[in-house]
Design a protein around this ligand. Structure first.
Ligand code: C2E
Ligand code: MG
Ligand code: MG
Length: 435
């Protein structure tokens, strides 16, 4: 009992740990190589949630059998967690052998499981490492394959990654960022830039998107593309997002008088902010405290939110709508693209992702995709915003298709609130009739 996993009859963690220790001592004394593979089934939690634990258990048992069909007689297979397995390969001759086994495992674990006449789809993310070439100790060896599997997951799952020292460096950096980010709010290291949104027919500024900036005392300037995913993983995006909302609403209240007309402010929201209570209250209190008209606030969200928690999200979005706030779908076309969802959500705008705009108008695929998005948005009565417009040609093409609003370096880069206000002042002066 102390060495076997009851469900699969595989070796359990205790025995694997012991055998790994022994194998390392042997290699240290006599030479040779070890391979270690870490397998994590993708989205296994969803299988459990959707079909129940019995079906989940069945998937684990079948996965264990499939793994056993791939391995050789010198390989020790262990189940080390709910949906996690390790394979210890002793006596390997080349360091390519673990990678080649990982490839076989991927194939074996990606065909659907048939359980009670249902097909259940799954796949695996796999990390691969070798000893002594890539690790100095047992704990480092284990950590490395774990890291590599995380990379495989982040790279879209259903693949394997061989450990590289670069991975450890990046993990270090991520941990460092998470650490420093905790202090960013209290140290006053965060600020907002604003990027104008342009009416493509009149070329006037109609709004601006708040984009978070972080200048860390220790790390210097860190890109939001790097720190926002970490803020999401660590949950820090919840207090940070609250600060963004409050600050953007406060700064935007001054725009109206400067510009002489209403200028909308758009704030990006992360999925986590929807899950962690009181988003409606927080938005309401940001509006109250600033005095911003709700009709001038736009919230940008991404597709993943709609897929993961549709009912709860619809409830919250309807609440926002009833307050007069508008809702945009950001980065449209890059995520899950479950088009059927679109009709269920109370959206006002779709933001066509920069990835498509960049390739306009010469890339045929981009043209087809953007055409389809714009056509659909029109049918659904949604406003279309094109992100990342950098050239006149892109702008003309998009405007020609019926895209109303544009954003991009062609017009303005994200700039500080002061710089944005200066532009509004200058534009307002241009508009005033000359005496
Ligand atoms: P996003 O919301 O899609 O924002 C647009 C990004 O594209 C911004 O990058 C902007 O600087 C960049 N961009 C705009 N026009 C152009 C262009 O013409 N060419 C090019 N090459 N890039 C352009 P940024 O500021 O680095 O932000 C990256 C992402 O970080 C944002 O993508 C958004 O997803 C996230 N983000 C930024 N601020 C916040 C925030 O306050 N809260 C949350 N949750 N996410 C944020
Ligand atoms: Mg955005
Ligand atoms: Mg975007």
């Amino acid at each position: 009992m102390a060495t076997r996993d009851a469900l699969t009859d595989l070796t359990n963690w205790n025995l694997l740990d012991e055998r790994l220790g022994g194998a390392i001592r042997k290699v240290d004394a006599e030479g040779g190589n070890l391979g270690l593979i870490y397998i994590d089934l993708d989205q296994f939690k969803n299988i459990n949630d959707a079909f129940g634990h019995e079906v989940g258990d069945e998937v684990i048992k079948l996965a264990a059998m499939r793994i056993m069909t791939c391995v050789g007689e010198n390989d020790l297979v262990a189940r080390v967690g709910g949906d996690e397995f390790h394979i210890l390969m002793s006596g390997i001759l080349t360091t390519d052998e673990p990678a080649s086994l990982a490839e076989d495992l991927l194939v074996a674990l990606s065909s659907p499981y048939v359980i009670e006449d249902r097909e259940i789809f799954s796949s695996a993310s796999i990390g691969v490492g070798t000893y002594p070439a890539q690790a100095n100790s047992k704990s480092e060896f284990l950590r490395n394959v774990d890291n590599a599997a995380n990379y495989a997951k982040r790279d879209g799952r259903a693949n394997y990654k061989s450990y590289t020292p670069q991975m450890s460096k990046e993990v270090h950096r991520r941990v460092g960022i998470g650490h420093q980010l905790r202090r960013a709010l209290e140290n006053d290291e965060l600020s907002l830039n604003y990027q104008a949104k342009i009416n493509l027919s009149t070329q006037q500024i109609i709004g601006a998107e708040a984009l978070l900036r972080w200048h860390s005392e220790d790390l210097g300037f860190v890109s939001p593309e790097e720190f926002i995913p970490i803020a999401e993983e660590t949950g820090l995006i919840v207090p940070i997002g609250e600060w963004v909302l409050a600050t953007a609403c406060k700064q935007a209240t001054e725009w109206r008088s400067t510009a002489g007309q209403p200028i909308h402010v758009a704030v990006n929201l992360s999925a986590l902010q929807f899950l962690h209570g009181d988003l409606v209250k927080k938005v309401a209190s940001s509006l109250d405290a600033s005095g911003l008209d709700p009709a001038h606030l736009d919230l940008e969200l991404t597709e993943s939110l709609l897929v993961e928690r549709p009912d709860e999200t619809i409830r919250i979005l309807n609440h926002f709508k009833s307050m007069g706030i508008s809702i945009s779908m950001d980065d449209f076309g890059t995520g899950y693209s479950s088009l059927s969802y679109l009709t269920r959500f109370p959206l006002d705008s779709l933001k066509v992702d920069r990835a498509f705009v960049t390739n306009l108008p010469d890339d045929r695929d981009a043209v087809v995709v953007v055409n389809a998005i714009v056509g659909m948005a029109k049918e659904l009565n949604l406003n279309i915003v094109a992100e990342g417009i950098e050239t006149e040609r892109q702008m003309e093409f998009l405007h020609g298709l019926g895209c109303h609003t544009g954003q991009g370096y062609l017009f303005f880069k994200p700039i500080t609130n002061d710089a944005f206000m200066q532009i509004l002042t200058a534009k307002a002066a241009e508009q005033r009739p000359h005496p």
